[in-house]
Design a protein around this ligand. Structure first.
Ligand SMILES: Cc1cc2nc3c(=O)[nH]c(=O)nc-3n(C[C@H](O)[C@H](O)[C@H](O)COP(=O)(O)O)c2cc1C
Length: 171
């Protein structure tokens, strides 16, 4: 759990090292995935981003400031890093991701706002060094925690949902 100085320290580490971390990540081999699936996932991602970008433009919001939110935990007062250790069958990882999701749901039930922060895993080597955390620890990701701005136009964005039938195979 990070607040105050420590949260600012992590934000600075992210801002200063993101470009390099991203470049390192992109040099890693892609996971094995068929061309068909790669195409479907790429198209979905592009569509989601397109919708988000047109919404932001339509509302006249500052795209750069919003983008920066991904680095500064959207100005939330609290940042949380979910971390785990490698284990057989990735079982610890599964437990941690489910704990994250439970945390997001519990916070929402209490009227708090959260946002998953993906740059934490991207910049994890730099963050671990700065916070003196064990090298073997896996930083799964971060979560920004605060009170939602109910009147922020961004919170009116309704993301398109794929129908369940498109995501389900009945065997
Ligand atoms: C693995 C993962 C990483 C995410 N990373 C970010 C992020 O870095 N910044 C962000 O604003 N939202 C991030 N999100 C939140 C999504 O953009 C989205 O708001 C969230 O999954 C809820 O979906 P919905 O908006 O369709 O309800 C992430 C979500 C997931 C599952």
């Amino acid at each position: 759990m990070l607040t105050g100085e420590k949260l600012r320290e992590v934000i600075t580490v992210i801002e200063e090292n993101y470009a390099e971390a991203l470049q390192n990540k992109e040099q890693q081999p892609s996971p094995p995935l068929s061309d068909k699936m790669t195409k479907i996932l790429k198209e979905r991602k592009e569509k989601a981003f397109q919708q988000m970008i047109s919404f932001i433009k339509e509302k006249g919001m500052d795209m750069q400031a919003l983008g920066k939110g991904n680095f500064n935990f959207h100005n939330a007062p609290v940042g949380i890093i979910f971390a785990t250790y490698p284990w057989k069958n990735q079982n610890f990882l599964k437990c941690t991701v489910s704990a994250m999701e439970n945390f997001l749901l519990a916070a929402t039930a209490k009227g708090l706002g959260t946002c998953w922060i993906n740059v934490v895993s991207i910049c994890q080597d730099y963050i671990k060094k700065s916070l003196n955390l064990p090298e073997e620890l896996i930083l799964v990701d971060g979560v920004a925690l605060g009170y939602p701005l109910e009147d922020s136009p961004l919170n009116q964005l309704q993301r398109e949902r794929l129908p369940v039938s498109e995501l389900t195979d009945w065997l």
